[in-house]
Design a protein around this ligand. Structure first.
Ligand code: MRU
Length: 356
């Protein structure tokens, strides 16, 4: 089931006949390899090893993984629900920081629970329908985020982004990159600067790649160049995605985002966070409560083929950081633009029932 809309970048997650297909993001940009997955264990592994990554994309992959896990379950309803619960816990454990993962899995679980008492075949079908709905909805959500961000941009503007919050990280369009695709549709020429994003290089391998595929003007910089580029007045806005927004507006995103926010403040550059409502976690009071994933040392000392540090060196490799809400100019969701005070306005936003 490839999407029937035209998107300006490769599609990273889709269902084909009876299985899940993922564009292997570990291999980009050099090789275009598709993984064909038939079991929840394969999906779990793809999430852990970053074959699929980006908060919305891992949520989508996980719910298809959930379907793969329960589609052959037969027998009593209790057996179905206990297997569903086990699979939700298992797939949620793949990565801790992006709340979209557990949000998506629990949304499917809640939906299927509303069908209690119906035959197991109906319950299995309900898992499939909700997984598909989450996937299709994400495309509309991302486009809406782009529409709400577009008024902050203008032709010729310089934008800095970090990591990859693009089409590859979502159902389509991305969150932070969505307005860039919409600006392109309008014929604007934005000058995008992509941070390389050490240690796994999502900025250079993925953001630069997908923007170039779409014919968007992108310039790659190393992470430690951001301050100098801002000082040279090449940047008029920073736009990033997020893995989780706490109730007070603190924002978890790829490691290095916090430094960028501080730099943006020092240079009086607006710092925008593109966040689908599925990334907003009102149950977590502040950024201090957001679990930060630590990844293997190899990503830093020998990530890309060659050793880059003395053998045995101690390494600290947090994959995400938290930007305090005070540095965030606005959070842009599918429902619109949220400004401080975030504690109050995030709640108001989530109360909306608007369908996108
Ligand atoms: O470790 P990754 O590549 O999954 O980290 C991804 C990010 O930090 C993205 O900015 C975030 O998930 C938003 S994607 C729309």
């Amino acid at each position: 089931m490839k999407q029937d809309y035209t998107i300006p970048h490769p599609q990273s997650v889709f269902w084909e006949n009876d299985h899940l297909v993922l564009l292997d993001q570990r291999k980009l940009p050099r090789e275009t390899v598709y993984l064909h997955l038939y079991t929840p264990e394969e999906v779990w592994d793809a999430i852990v090893t970053l074959a699929v990554r980006g908060a919305p994309a891992i949520g989508i992959a996980a719910v298809y993984g959930l379907y793969l896990g329960v589609r052959h379950v037969t027998g009593r309803e209790e057996i179905f629900f206990s297997e569903l619960e086990r699979m939700v816990d298992y797939l949620s454990s793949a990565r801790p920081t992006a709340v979209n993962l557990s949000w998506a899995l629990n949304r499917v679980k809640t939906k299927v629970e509303s069908f209690k008492g119906r035959p197991v075949s109906v319950l299995r079908q309900a898992v499939w329908e909700e997984a598909k709905a989450i996937h299709e909805e994400d495309v509309r959500v991302c486009r809406k985020i782009g529409e709400h961000l577009l008024p902050f941009l203008h032709d010729g503007m310089g934008i800095l982004t970090h990591c990859n919050a693009g089409g590859l990280a979502t159902g389509a369009y991305g969150t932070a990159l969505a307005p860039l695709y919409l600006a392109r549709e309008k014929g604007w020429n934005l000058k995008v600067y992509a941070d390389e994003t050490r240690p796994v290089l999502q900025g250079s391998r993925l953001t630069a790649y997908e923007l170039m595929q779409a014919g968007i003007d992108v310039t790659l910089i190393c992470d430690n160049m951001a301050g100098a580029v801002m000082k040279q007045e090449k940047i008029q806005a920073v736009i990033v995605g997020t893995d989780r927004v706490a109730a007070n507006g603190d924002v978890a995103n790829k490691i290095g985002t916090y430094s960028l926010a501080v730099l943006a403040r020092a240079h009086q550059i607006p710092f925008y966070v593109a966040a689908p409502s599925s990334s907003i976690d009102l149950a977590t009071e502040t950024g201090d409560g957001i679990p930060i994933e630590e990844r293997p040392a190899e990503e830093i000392v020998s990530g890309w083929g060659k050793p880059t540090a003395p053998e045995g060196v101690r390494v600290y490799n947090p994959a995400f950081d938290v930007t305090p809400a005070e540095y965030v100019t606005a959070i842009i969701t599918e429902y619109g633009v949220i400004r401080p005070p975030y504690r109050e306005n995030l709640r108001k936003c989530l109360r909306q029932t608007m369908t996108v």
